[in-house]
Design a protein around this ligand. Structure first.
Ligand SMILES: Nc1ncnc2c1ncn2[C@@H]1O[C@H](COP(=O)(O)OP(=O)(O)OP(=O)(O)O)[C@@H](O)[C@H]1O
Length: 251
């Protein structure tokens, strides 16, 4: 199968319960794909499976394929640590390490074997600049990351994911815990980052999905009901279920 990055017939179970049902979805480069749908429809489970994070949940099982550059990431021999460097993840609640701002960013590169101060300084600056946080923190790099505001902490988590040069960024409701100003900054950042990355975002915020995504997939009860250009999904969806959700008639 020649999908640069995407799933083929992906199913995910918790015990006997099937949370994700045979979803095939490709993620084009330099684009944002939004996963939308009512609570419990399988968005986060699907998102977490893309870098094999869902495997960490005991009792979960994934069937089908996750393709990246011709390799099936769902194969048992996959090195998940390396995989998670290529496919970074940012969670709903900012979760910086209890370390300095600098060491949050330097952690991943050090783990990969980069030890020199100059090289680490460069990565820290570059990652913070890419996450639009450098100007706000450049004079306090040795302070605790926990001294930052919630919105700054979330951009720090994005910078941390960027520090190991991922090709793909998975974002699970990254702005839902943030105030409108911080949300705007994260949205601007996503639009900037997509120039170099594939981004997949779970969001409950329809306006946000419409604003920042190029493609939208609508999930319902573990099925992907519809997928296509965001403009099409939001203005003239093919499926009645998608339309009802977008119009706020349920969910
Ligand atoms: N660890 C788990 N163990 C058992 N079932 C789970 C687990 N995590 C999720 N589920 C179930 O899988 C289904 C999909 O959950 P998931 O969190 O992926 O949905 P979601 O669309 O992301 O929901 P939300 O929008 O509320 O975050 C739900 O029925 C949920 O109860």
């Amino acid at each position: 199968m020649a999908i640069p990055f995407g799933t083929e017939q992906l199913s995910i179970y918790y015990g006997h319960f099937q949370a994700v049902k045979q979803i095939s979805l490709a993620f084009p480069e330099a684009s944002v794909t939004a996963l939308i749908g009512p609570s419990g429809c399988g968005k986060s489970t699907f998102l977490r499976s893309l870098n094999r994070m869902n495997d960490e949940i005991s009792g979960s099982r994934t069937e089908g394929h996750i393709w990246m550059d011709g390799k099936d990431l769902n194969e048992p021999g996959t090195d998940v640590i390396k995989l998670r460097q290529k496919i970074g993840m940012v969670w709903q609640k900012p979760n910086p390490f209890h370390k300095s701002i600098y060491n949050n960013i330097a952690f991943g590169p050090r783990y990969r074997g980069i030890k020199g101060k100059k090289a680490l300084d460069e990565i820290v600056e570059k990652s913070l600049r890419r996450a639009a946080l450098w100007d706000e923190v450049k004079d306090r790099l040795n302070e605790s990351a926990l001294s930052l505001s919630g919105g700054q902490q979330q951009r720090l988590c994005i910078a941390r994911a960027l520090s190991v040069d991922p090709q793909i960024l998975l974002l699970d409701e990254p702005a839902s815990a943030l105030d409108p100003v911080s949300t705007g900054k994260v949205e601007e950042l996503i639009s900037e980052l997509k120039k170099d990355l594939r981004i997949v975002i779970v969001t409950h915020n329809m306006q946000q999905a419409a604003r920042i995504s190029d493609y939208t997939a609508y999930f319902y009860l573990g099925n992907m009901i519809e997928h296509g250009d965001t403009e099409h999904i939001f203005t003239n969806p093919d499926n009645r279920l998608t339309q009802e959700y977008i119009m706020g008639r349920f969910g």
